[in-house]
Design a protein around this ligand. Structure first.
Ligand SMILES: Nc1ncnc2c1ncn2[C@@H]1O[C@H](COP(=O)(O)OP(=O)(O)O)[C@@H](O)[C@H]1O
Ligand SMILES: [Mg+2]
Length: 271
C-alpha cells in the first residue's frame, strides 16, 4: 500500500507539489493524470524515496520512506518495479543483459541462470526470447523496447508494486493498445499494485480502477471513472475538455465493458 499524506515538495525555490494526498491500495491500479510539468514524475520519485517531501509523508508498505536511511530505502525499493519514461534501456547492452541487469549486479546467480530467467521473462512480456535476446535496443520497435523495460523492472526484484511513467508516449496506436493490455494483464495476473502516470487520458481510462488528476502541483481530483465523468469541478472540466470527444467514447465503452463483465461474473451465469 502507498499513501501520500499532505505531501509538498519543491526543487529549490520552485514549488512542485502542494498538499497532495491519495492512496493506492494493495492490488489496485491508479492512474495519475495531468498536463506536462504538473508534478507527476515527481510523485513517482517521492514514492521511490529518490526525493524527500518537504512537508507531509509518503508511506510505502507501512514505512515513511522519507525518514528512512538509504539502506532501508533500498530494501523497500526491492518491492517496487519502475518503468521509466521512454523505457531508459542501456543502449550498449543486449536485450538479455538489460533484462538481467539487476541480477547480474546484485545477485550471485551464474550467468546461465540469469540468462534463463531473462528468457522466461521475455516470454512473459510477450516477446520471442530466441529472436530478441541478443539484439540491441536500437534494433527493436518502440513497443518492443517498452516490453523489455517492463520485463527488466519485473525481473529485478519480483515487485508487488509497479510504477509506470508515461508508458505509451511515442508509441503508435496499435503498440499503445498492446502495451496497455500487457500492463493490465500483469496487474491482474500478479495481483500488483499499479501506478500509471500519463498525460494521455484515454490510456488512463483503459486500465485504472481509480484516477488522480494533478494540475500545477495540486491534486484536483481523486475518484472513480463515474465520478470523473460526472465531475463539475471547473479545473477537472478544463483538463478533460480537449479530450472530451475521444474520452467520452472511451468512458462509455469502458463502462459498458464493466457492466458486461459484472453480468458475466454473476453467480447465475456461473451455475
Ligand atoms: N531536477 C529538477 N530540478 C528542478 N526542477 C525540476 C526538476 N525536475 C522537474 N522539475 C520541475 O518540476 C515540475 C514538475 O516536473 P515533473 O514532475 O517532471 O512533471 P510531469 O511529470 O507532470 O511532467 C516541472 O516544472 C519541472 O520543470
Ligand atoms: Mg513526467
Amino acid at each position: 500500500m502507498i499513501q501520500l499524506r499532505s505531501v509538498s515538495f519543491a526543487y529549490g525555490e520552485k514549488q512542485v507539489l502542494q498538499g497532495v494526498s491519495f492512496s493506492v491500495d494493495d492490488g489496485e491500479a491508479v492512474a495519475i493524470m495531468g498536463p506536462s510539468g504538473s508534478g507527476k514524475s515527481t510523485i513517482l520519485r517521492l514514492i521511490l524515496g529518490l526525493e524527500n517531501a518537504s512537508d507531509g509523508e509518503v508511506i510505502v508498505d507501512g514505512h515513511d520512506i522519507g525518514k528512512l536511511r538509504e539502506s532501508k530505502r533500498r530494501q523497500i525499493r526491492k518491492n517496487i518495479g519502475m518503468v521509466f519514461q521512454e523505457g531508459a534501456l542501456f543502449d550498449s547492452l543486449t536485450v538479455g543483459e538489460n533484462v538481467g541487469y539487476y541480477l547480474l549486479e546484485h545477485s550471485k546467480l551464474k550467468w546461465e541462470e540469469i540468462d534463463q530467467r531473462a528468457c522466461r521473462m521475455l516470454g512473459e512480456v510477450g516477446l520471442n526470447c530466441d529472436e530478441v535476446i541478443d539484439l540491441l535496443p536500437e534494433q527493436l520497435s518502440g513497443g518492443m523496447r517498452r516490453r523489455v523495460a517492463i520485463g527488466r523492472a519485473l525481473l529485478s526484484t519480483d515487485p508487488t508494486i509497479m510504477l509506470y511513467d508515461e508508458p505509451t508516449t511515442g508509441l503508435d496506436p496499435r503498440s499503445t493498445h498492446n502495451i496497455l493490455g500487457l500492463i493490465e494483464q500483469l496487474h491482474r495476473e500478479k495481483n500488483l499494485s499499479t501506478v500509471v502516470v500519463t498525460h494521455q487520458i484515454a490510456d488512463a481510462i483503459a486500465i485504472a480502477d481509480r484516477y488522480v488528476v494533478i494540475i500545477d502541483g495540486h491534486m484536483v481530483f481523486d475518484g472513480s471513472l463515474d465520478e470523473l465523468r460526472d465531475s463539475r469541478d471547473p479545473k477537472v472540466l478544463s483538463f478533460l475538455a480537449p479530450f472530451r470527444a475521444s474520452v467520452t467514447g472511451v468512458i462509455e465503452s469502458r463502462l459498458s465493458d464493466v457492466v458486461a463483465q459484472n453480468e458475466s461474473e454473476s453467480p447465475q451465469e456461473e451455475s
